[in-house]
Design a protein around this ligand. Structure first.
Ligand SMILES: [Zn+2]
Length: 165
């Protein structure tokens, strides 16, 4: 059990591309446990976390769609349909400042679970948003990258104004 430090915006590790996981071994399972411990820590609340957010550049995410976190390895996303949805979004790496983000409304999520079995989840709305957000982290993308340039500028100045950075 270990609670890791969550990397914050400005940390270059959040902008790197994560590597494919070749083996689901003891070290990988322990990374997933640490990620779950980190988001379950009493001061932190989140519905998902990606490995780069604890400084590890591996294609691993954890997501909680119900009452517990599940770990997913080498996730991929297929967008279903053309509908989009716009909702407030936040990120543990971007403090508590939220912003509206437009994303595809429906996706097919594909990954391996921790037992190395194939997982396929058709997700819509908030669930789709969570998967899209976490998989973005594996490619060095933060939700602010989806904002229009003007919105992004305002958002970043809001963070700076509040002396968060
Ligand atoms: Zn995030």
């Amino acid at each position: 059990m270990a609670v890791k430090k969550i990397r914050k915006i400005g940390d270059p590790v959040l902008r790197e591309k994560s590597k494919i996981v070749e083996n689901i071994d003891r070290a990988l399972l322990s990374l997933v446990e640490d990620m779950i411990d980190t988001v379950s820590d009493e001061n932190i609340s989140g519905v998902g976390l990606a490995a780069p957010q604890v400084g590890v550049l591996k294609r691993v995410i954890i997501v909680n769609l119900g009452d517990k976190f599940e770990g997913y390895i080498n996730p991929e996303i297929e967008i279903l349909g053309k509908r989009t949805s716009t909702e407030d979004e936040g990120c543990l790496s971007i403090y508590s400042v939220k912003s509206e983000v437009k994303r595809p409304n429906k996706i097919l999520f594909k990954a391996k679970n921790l037992k190395n079995q194939d997982v396929r989840i058709e997700a819509e709305g908030i669930a789709a948003r969570i998967f899209l957000h976490e998989v973005d982290h594996l490619d060095g993308i933060l939700f602010i990258d989806h904002l229009k340039p003007e919105e992004r500028k305002n958002f970043l100045s809001k963070i700076t104004r509040n002396n968060i950075l």
